[in-house]
Design a protein around this ligand. Structure first.
Ligand SMILES: [Zn+2]
Length: 261
């Protein structure tokens, strides 16, 4: 595993770096040690360096993935991160499959052990809710949550961000996951904040065109135009014989045999 941002759009930069996370941390400790710089150097504001009693600690941290790291390395990880001056980490934002291995069956024991290890080394934690990466059981059981792209094709699972963010099933399960996390860790020492999803956007396709979104589009049209007569007149649907007689007939603008009317 390499030290890097979680953003997969940065993979080209990651591929050019052959340094592992462990090598990076070891190297950073060695280099700073050779310069006789006292650690941690980054976790102080100028006011706190000057002795100001009011100064707040400046947080400096990284993404950390205990879920992707053998547990016998967690202690080393925490110690080395503390030694280079990190004050906090963000964890769990892609760990849905481990935290809810089956619907309604939650397992936070591994995460609790990881937080205890980090806390022992005075590293605080920002917990990420994992809705950007739904587990396989979810999309198999509820295939309607899959996002449909601008070509009308359902996205393929196997990456992340392949679900429709307005789908009610996906929202219900995301809320359930986040609520269980909150119940499990709200009072846990060292937890200082929450990250709500990884990125509040769709992935490769800027809009979703699934049946659920189509129904939402039709409801919006009904509200905007009030009547089919008004919609048909406004859109000139008599062209190409597209006079709609029910709002449920109105498609979302996907590729057709001609330009969308
Ligand atoms: Zn959708």
């Amino acid at each position: 595993m390499r030290i890097h941002s979680t953003d997969q759009s940065r993979t080209s930069r990651e591929q050019s770096a052959s340094v592992t996370r462990r090598e990076f941390l070891n190297g950073a400790v060695a280099v700073l040690g050779a310069t006789s710089i006292r650690l941690p150097i980054w976790a102080q504001t100028s006011a706190s360096i000057a002795g100001g009693s009011w100064a707040a600690q400046l947080l400096l941290g990284v993404d950390y993935y205990p879920d992707q790291t053998p547990e016998d390395l967690w202690e080393d990880d925490a110690r080395m991160m503390a030694e280079v001056g990190f004050t906090n980490v963000r964890v769990a934002e892609f760990a849905w499959a481990l935290m809810e291995p089956a619907e309604g069956k939650f397992d936070f024991a591994w995460l609790r052990r990881s937080l205890q290890t980090l806390h022992k080394h005075k590293i605080s934690v920002i917990l990420g809710t994992p809705s950007a990466a739904p587990p396989p059981w979810l999309r198999v059981k509820y295939p309607e949550v899959i996002e449909v792209n601008a070509q009308g094709l359902p996205l393929h699972p196997g990456g992340r961000r392949f679900t429709c963010p307005t789908n009610q099933v996906y929202r219900r399960l995301s809320l359930s996951m986040a609520s269980e996390m909150a119940r499990a860790f709200a009072e846990t020492p060292g937890v200082i904040g929450w990250q709500i999803d990884n990125e509040l956007t769709l992935g490769s396709s800027p809009r979703c065109y699934c049946n659920f979104c189509q129904a939402g589009f039709q409801a919006w049209l009904r509200s905007k135009y009030g009547s089919l007569d008004k919609l048909n007149r406004s859109w000139g649907t008599v062209f190409w014989s597209q006079n709609y007689t029910d709002f449920g007939q109105v498609p979302v603008p996907l590729p057709s045999g001609g330009d969308p009317n």
